[in-house]
Write a protein that binds this ligand. Structure first.
Ligand SMILES: Cc1ncc(COP(=O)(O)O)c(C=O)c1O
Length: 408
């Protein structure tokens, strides 16, 4: 059986030839593969007198003059969400919108991939801690097992232990999805594409590799400025042409500054995108979200994103220098490739990471001084670590002043 609903043009575009052993239909859950996707009259007819969807013909009950009045909010959103999808596809250099899925944040993407490709009670995902918590939360919700292969954490390297990942995949055929986070959260560290490729090419692995690139624009911009990462591509989107077993997830929540809009993206070969489209709720992206996303993905929006990323990266470097001058803060761990830093609080006399002290500073700042960071000191390889998001210059100054004072 083939994936339902992929149009011929999109299938013709799906030319990924690697890895040779990969057959998508074998890893789609059988009930999902057999699914007749939900269809509505609007899929075929968008014009005319529309009495097909039980909408409210009198219009939206919102205050007159609202900025959203022009969006026809009394109508269900256009299911193809074409402007946002087309702009995202073009921005990432893919040939057709059929390569692009839009979700309610990348959190929906993470959940949906598990629902489409891992059978509850039987299959597993593989994660590489320390990593983003939602992979595991979604697995628990969907009754999917979790295999962990820690990153190499020594000296804050936070790199993939590729031989151990491959050994785990070989040893356990129930693993259907590998989640790699690059740049990682909380590690802030880019994973080189040669390591991702090794996982994609693992001969005994029949499943999917998801590369979560929520923070990729920060690494890409530094590369564009010639500051870091050489000349090889940093984003796994560059591998989507070649690999039929790859999904790259991104989001407008970070570099584009639209966390409130809830717009996540997944880039993959069209049959994978079609499986996800068949499975999602029919109108997952609201009209305002689709409109805001298309504005943000316009030429002006992307230019603004890049400018903001450059400002945040400069502020991040300034914050790192200031943290380096606080004796009770040791190394800033990881590769510093995102919009946060992982600062390690020390037990000063002994010069070792001090998680209790980190917890105390975190609590004091949040409860009594009105500045909230994230205590990550219980994460693997992150003893004593506070994860500090880069704020405005004034917010960063306040953070530096408070840490200097509280760690004196
Ligand atoms: C690595 C990573 N992936 C995904 C997300 C979720 O992003 P979204 O806002 O698109 O759901 C986050 C949010 O912090 C994240 O750190």
């Amino acid at each position: 059986m083939q994936v339902q609903g992929v149009d011929a043009e999109a299938y013709a575009l799906a030319r990924a030839h690697k890895p040779e052993h990969f057959v998508l239909e074998r890893i789609v859950r059988p009930n999902i593969l057999a699914l007749e996707p939900y269809r509505c009259a609007r899929d075929d007819f968008q014009e005319g007198v529309l009495l097909d969807a039980n909408e409210n013909a009198l219009g939206p009950a919102i205050a007159p003059g609202s900025a959203y009045e022009s969006l026809d909010l009394h109508r269900y959103p256009d299911p193809s969400l074409h402007a946002a999808r087309e702009r995202a596809t073009a921005l990432r250099g893919l040939p057709h919108p059929a390569y692009t899925f839009l979700g309610v944040g990348s959190d929906e993407v993470i959940d949906l991939i598990q629902r489409c490709f891992a059978r509850p009670g039987q299959d597993k995902i593989l994660i590489c801690p320390p990593t983003y918590g939602m992979y595991r939360v979604s697995a628990s919700i969907n009754d999917i097992g979790v295999v962990q292969v820690p990153l190499v954490t020594a000296n804050g390297a936070f790199q993939l232990d590729t031989p151990r990942v491959q050994a785990a995949l070989r040893a356990d055929p129930a693993i259907r999805i590998v989640f790699l986070c690059s740049p990682g959260n909380p590690t802030g560290t880019l994973i080189p594409l040669r390591d991702v490729q090794q996982v994609l090419d693992t001969p005994e692995f029949a499943g999917l590799v998801v590369v979560d690139e929520a923070y990729i624009d920060f690494a890409a911009e530094e590369q564009a400025l010639g500051r870091k990462h050489g000349t090889e591509p940093v984003s796994a989107v560059s591998l989507v042409h070649e690999y039929a077993n790859l999904v790259v997830s991104q989001t407008l929540s970070k570099s584009f500054g639209l966390a409130g809009v809830r717009l996540g993206l997944a880039f993959a070969q069209p049959p994978i995108v079609q499986v996800m489209n068949n499975t999602k709720a029919p109108y997952n992206i609201s009209s305002p979200a689709a409109w805001l996303a298309s504005q943000s993905l316009s030429e002006e929006g992307v230019a603004r994103m890049r400018e903001n990323v450059r400002t945040l990266v400069d502020e991040r470097d300034r914050l790192c220098r200031a943290l380096g001058a606080i004796p009770a803060i040791g190394a800033v761990l990881g590769g510093n490739d995102a919009n946060f830093v992982l600062a390690q609080v020390l037990d000063r006399p002994r010069g070792v990471p001090d998680s209790q002290r980190a917890a105390h500073v975190y609590e004091t700042m949040a409860r009594h001084r009105g500045l909230v960071v994230r205590n990550r000191s219980s994460e693997l390889g992150c003893a004593g670590c506070l994860r500090i998001t880069i704020g405005t210059a004034a917010e960063n100054d306040l953070c530096i002043a408070l840490l200097t004072e509280l760690l004196a």
